[in-house]
Structure formats: C-alpha cells, structure tokens
Design a protein around this ligand. Structure first.
Ligand SMILES: *Cc1c(COP(=O)(O)O)cnc(C)c1O
Length: 473
C-alpha cells in the first residue's frame, strides 16, 4: 500500500526542516518610536525576506503539518472534524470585530447573537441558563466547579469537600476539581467499562459536592444507568456534572439535562466548529439548571422587556472567569454552525458520527474489547506498543488515534473518525490500521520514516518547552 503523498510531506526521509526567518538574512532597522527611551532600542536586527520568499516559507511550513484540512484526524475524544469555511467567514465579517467596551446600546447585534447562542446551547443541552464566558472545556469545568461550590455554600452545605471522578475520566476533570479546592475521589470503572454503581454508592456521602461524568464515556460507551446514577447523587445531596466533550454523539437526539445533569460544559470547538489543537483557541460555555443560574459568571446577557439586550450580574455570581463575554470569534463560529445546521442538521451530524465510528471499527483487525459504542471506540494494539502504532500510521499518510488512554484497555487506540469522513476515507483509514497491525516491532519502532520530523523527544518537548526563538540562538 502506497499512501505516502510527497506533495503533502516533502521528499521522503530527507531533512526538510525549514530554517527560521531569523536564521536567514537580517537587516538592521532603525527604531523611530514615541515610546519612552528606556523602553525602546535604537536599532533592531529583523529578517528581511522579499514577499515571495515569505509566502513560500509559510507555505512550506504548512505543508509539513497535518490537519483536518489534510485528511482524516481520528484523535479520540478530541473530535477533530473539518471546520466549514462559512463559520470563518462569519467570524471575519467587519461587523463581527467590535470593541467589547462599547456601550450596550451600540452592541445590540453582538449581544443578540450571544443571547441567541445561550438559548441554542440551553436547548441542545437541556439546560435553563448558559454562560458563554469560559474559554475552553477545562475552563468550563473549573467554572462549573466554582458554581457548585457557591451553590453548596449558599445552602449551608459548605462542608461538602469531595468531588467524585471515574478513573476513565479526562485528566482535566481531576485537575478542575482539585483547582476548585476539592478532594478528588476516584472510583474504578466496572468490567463493562461503565460506572460501577457499588463503587459509586461507597464513594457518595455527606461530603459529596458533585460527581463529574461524560456520557457516552471516554470508551464511547453510553452510561445506561444514568438515571439511577443521577438519583443516587441527588439523594446524597450532590450535583451531577456533565463533561460535554462527547456531546457530538448525542447532538439533537438526547440531552444531558433530561438525564438528570445539573451542570455541563460544551466544548464548542469540538462539537460545533473551530480549528483546535495545541491548547486553543476554543470556548467552554457552561449550562446549568434554574436553581444554579444565579451563580453564573458576571456579566451575563439577557433580553430586556423592551426587546433590547443587556448585560447583568447574576445575583450570587462567582465573578469573572474571562474578559468580557468570552472568546468572541469562537462563539460566532459556534453560532453560525448551529444556526446553519438547524435541528435536523445537528441530529444528522451525530447519526453520521456514530455510523462512521461503527463502520470503521467493523473493519479493524485490532480487537475492540468493549461495546456497543457510539461516536468513538477504543481498540487494543494487543502485543504492539500503541505509541509505536501511532508513529507508524504517520508513514501511511494518516493521523493516528489517541493512544494509551483510557487505561482500562491495554495499549489503547482511542479512535473517533467524526461525521465528516467519506466511506472511501474510512476504508483508507482501516487499510492503514490493518497494514500496521500486520507489521513487526522492528518496523514499528523505527517509524516514522516518511515525515519531516522523525521521533521527537516528546517528554523533553513537554517538560522543557522552548517558547522563544531566543532559546535557539
Ligand atoms: C477535550 C476534553 C476535555 C477538555 O476540554 P478542552 O476544551 O480541551 O479544555 C475534557 N474532557 C474530555 C473528555 C475531553 O475530551
């Protein structure tokens, strides 16, 4: 099988690392500035490429990359779908770029869009009130935890100091609860990959502030006992938090609010549209039930009696979690996407996401120990090392799945093709998986051979990031 695309990756095996602009010709430029002298330099060395060189530099860099515009990107849990360009166009409209500090009466269009998006998300999630402020899913979790804390305090239940999180949960759930000052109580999953009701019962008590869950969970499995779980948590006086990262599986079909969840976040960059990766950009709106609405961040958008829109501070607000109303361009994209697709389009997206995951899974030679699953599945690389499988898949010109998580499955390959892939793309992906499944350890360990960068030292890159070109000098 020859999937390698030279135009996409550059000449195979050659070191095609593009030099930094600062490593090329520099010109001395005199600085003429009205800033105070002690803040400025008299002259600086700046790269001086002509326009064609500059354009080619960035195009070459972009060709070394792999993104949702290049091909399938089945990175499980992250929902890496193609982002339709009309959402970019909406966010780039001249009228979309207003200064957020302008007076409310001159911001009516902006506030109306935000108000409508709050309503859309409330309807999609089955929630009574929605804040758009948090700038990411993780920030939404943290905001939700602050809301839960404020709610318990207001009800003289401030002694509740534990948040329960299943072992298969995303790392941000543990981190958000801990950052909110809670003790994190981890519960093991049952043999079927779902919440173990006995373990939950044992963990619940008078100190329980909340249980954080995602549904379908990170194995792609629907928590069938969700109504019982909600009842157990509520009987113990706790709140049920929904991690919305897997909402793509339920869109337009089932709603966390109807399942008994009290608080949820939306990863609008996953479920709706916005290119994401490497930590941003995104938005993590948070929805809550009526009884928690007064605790949402400040400011909140509402429609006034005269049909105008205004900003107000909810009565017991937890305060600000981000500047202004949140990550505005991302919210415009989410609004445009939801508005264009409508009820039927959203339901169609989740249907295809689930169908694509099941179609792909059906063809894999790797074992998939748990099911039936929804929009993603977790295969096991078995005797192979999942990280090596991922590196080798790059040689076949496709992006690999998420690996080694959740830990419930040995050598996990967590795969989420999303609704945007065609049958041909899914067939190609399956071919790549199966070609790698048949290869020996030596081949896998030497991969990737056909990418611009070979095995990078991921640990060092994560622990000692070089964030400035000065470090390279
Ligand atoms: C992505 C993800 C998060 C965190 O969301 P961000 O928007 O990346 O901050 C939380 N939980 C799950 C299950 C996720 O996949």
């Amino acid at each position: 099988m020859e999937h390698y695309d030279q135009a996409r990756y550059g000449p195979a095996g050659e070191d095609t690392n593009e030099p930094l602009l600062s490593e090329k010709d520099q010109t001395t430029v005199e600085v003429d500035s009205s800033l105070p002298d002690d803040l400025t330099r008299d002259e600086v060395e700046l790269p001086s490429p002509e326009e064609p060189e500059l354009a080619r530099h960035y195009v070459r860099l972009s060709q070394q990359n792999y993104g949702v515009d290049s091909g399938p990107y089945p990175l499980g849990s992250c929902t890496m779908k193609y982002n339709p360009r009309f959402t970019e166009e909406a966010a780039a409209l001249p009228d979309a770029a207003v200064h957020p500090d302008r007076s409310e009466d001159s911001l009516q269009g902006t506030l109306e869009l935000l108000g409508d998006l709050q309503d859309y998300l409330g309807r999609i999630g089955g929630m009574d009130a929605v804040t758009l402020q948090p700038p990411a899913g993780a920030a939404g979790e943290f905001t939700g935890i602050l809301v839960a804390e404020a709610y318990h305090e207001a009800n003289d239940e401030g002694h509740r100091d534990e948040v329960i999180v299943p072992d298969a949960a995303h790392g941000t759930n543990f981190a958000s609860a801990a950052l909110g000052g809670y003790d994190v109580v981890e519960i093991p999953s049952g043999d079927d990959g779902r919440v173990d009701l006995e373990a939950l019962e044992a963990a619940l008590g008078e100190n329980t502030a909340a249980l954080m869950l995602t549904n379908p969970n990170t194995l792609g499995l629907f928590e069938r006992d969700i109504e019982t779980i909600a009842e157990m948590v509520h009987d113990a006086g706790g709140l049920l938090y929904y991690d919305g990262a897997n909402l793509n599986a339920l869109l337009g079909r089932a709603r966390p609010g109807d399942m008994g969840f009290d608080i949820m976040h939306f990863n609008v960059h996953k479920t709706f549209a916005t290119p994401h990766g490497g930590g941003g950009p995104g938005a993590g709106p948070v929805g809550v039930t009526d009884e928690l609405a007064d605790f949402l961040p400040d400011p909140h958008v509402r429609e006034g009696d005269a049909g105008d829109y205004e900003l107000y501070t909810p009565e017991h607000s937890v305060g600000k979690v981000h500047g202004f109303q949140g990550n505005w361009p991302v919210l415009v994209k989410a609004f445009a996407y939801i508005d264009r697709l409508g009820d039927d389009g959203l339901a169609d997206a989740s249907a295809k996401a689930v169908l694509n995951a099941n179609y792909l899974a059906e063809q894999l030679d790797y074992e998939i120990p748990l099911g039936p699953f929804h929009h993603e599945f977790v295969a096991s690389a078995g005797d192979q090392d999942a990280a090596d499988v991922a590196k080798r898949m790059l040689d076949y010109g496709v992006h690999p799945p998420t690996t080694k998580w959740p830990e419930l499955v040995d050598e996990a390959l967590m795969t989420e093709p999303t609704e945007v892939e065609t049958k041909d793309n899914l067939d190609d992906l399956a071919d790549a998986f199966n070609a790698v499944a048949a290869e020996d350890d030596e081949t896998l360990e030497s991969a990737p051979n056909r990418t611009t960068a070979r095995r990078i030292d991921q640990t060092t890159a994560a622990r000692n990031p070089r964030l400035s070109w000065h470090d390279l000098e």
